[in-house]
Design a protein. Structure first.
Length: 276
């Protein structure tokens, strides 16, 4: 067993062979491709764990991650190396599209289901919820949000954000669906419970197989494929589309493409596809 004493601040460097080991490990666990340019990112994000275990090198920490003494450390490493950049109403044209296609579905008895497949800290899922509450109201609808990071999923479940994160939320939605924090939560806002109860957040590695999800009317997989190679993208999209209803909609990031990846969907507007 390795002592878990906290060390004084130590400056670490990563050798090329050590970087390659972490590069291969994060690809194996999360499908993420790290280039040489990401060496400094690996050092910055993992150094705190080396200090926690009082490691003298990245090789020593690597042995901890792949070993059996600390089974949760693999997930900790994944959490630290996955990027979770997001904000409310990001790529707003997508939400205008969602509003347009759901306005006609108020009389549905079957729940309108949306999957935020890489939900990060929850901003995307809560944005979707605001739109559906406006268009569908009390009609049945539900959202599932998933992410590979257990730490970030817990943050999403809380639905508590710094006030500056509200910048992109339309004022009408902000007044309806966000509660300003008081006392210990001063400087923050919380998503209203009537939206939170419609969303289920789950920890999920999309590359390790998906079960028990059912089918969805719309799936958001935005700004995720940019981290994957072509083979991983193809495998991921094929898996995701198995859970999209016929004529359902698949939304990706505006900087992403499905060229050479899938022929089972057709483009209906930039970064929005419909299952054939």
């Amino acid at each position: 067993m390795i002592s878990e004493r906290k060390n004084v601040q130590t400056t670490y460097t990563i050798e090329t062979d050590e970087f390659i080991k972490f590069k291969n490990l994060i690809y194996q666990e999360a499908g993420i491709t790290l280039t040489e340019a990401k060496k400094s990112l690996v050092v910055t994000r993992l150094s705190k764990r080396l200090r926690y275990f009082d490691c003298s090198s990245f090789q020593e920490y690597y042995e901890i991650v792949i070993g059996n003494d600390y089974p949760i450390e693999m997930q900790m490493m994944v959490d630290l190396l996955t990027t979770n950049e997001t904000y409310f109403f990001r790529e707003e044209k997508h939400f205008e599209f969602l509003e347009k296609i759901t306005k006609t579905k108020k009389n549905w008895t079957t729940p309108y289901r949306v999957w935020s497949a890489a939900s990060s800290s929850g901003e995307e899922a809560y944005t979707i919820a605001m739109v559906l509450q406006e268009t569908l109201g009390d009609a049945p609808w539900e959202i599932v949000g998933t992410d590979i990071s257990t730490r970030i999923i817990e943050k999403a479940k809380n639905g508590l954000y710094p006030l500056e994160r509200a910048e992109k939320i339309p004022k009408a939605y902000l007044n309806k669906y966000c509660l300003k924090g008081v006392r210990s939560h001063t400087g923050s806002f919380m998503i209203d419970k009537k939206l939170k109860k419609r969303i289920q957040f789950k920890h999920m590695n999309l590359l390790n197989g998906i079960s028990g999800m059912g089918e969805f009317d719309a799936i958001f997989l935005r700004n995720v494929m940019i981290y994957f190679d072509q083979e991983t993208k193809s495998r991921l999209v094929k898996t995701i589309l198995n859970h999209l209803k016929p004529e359902g909609y698949f939304l990706i990031g505006h900087s992403e493409s499905l060229n050479g990846i899938s022929s089972s969907v057709k483009l209906v507007q930039p970064a929005v596809f419909q299952r054939k």
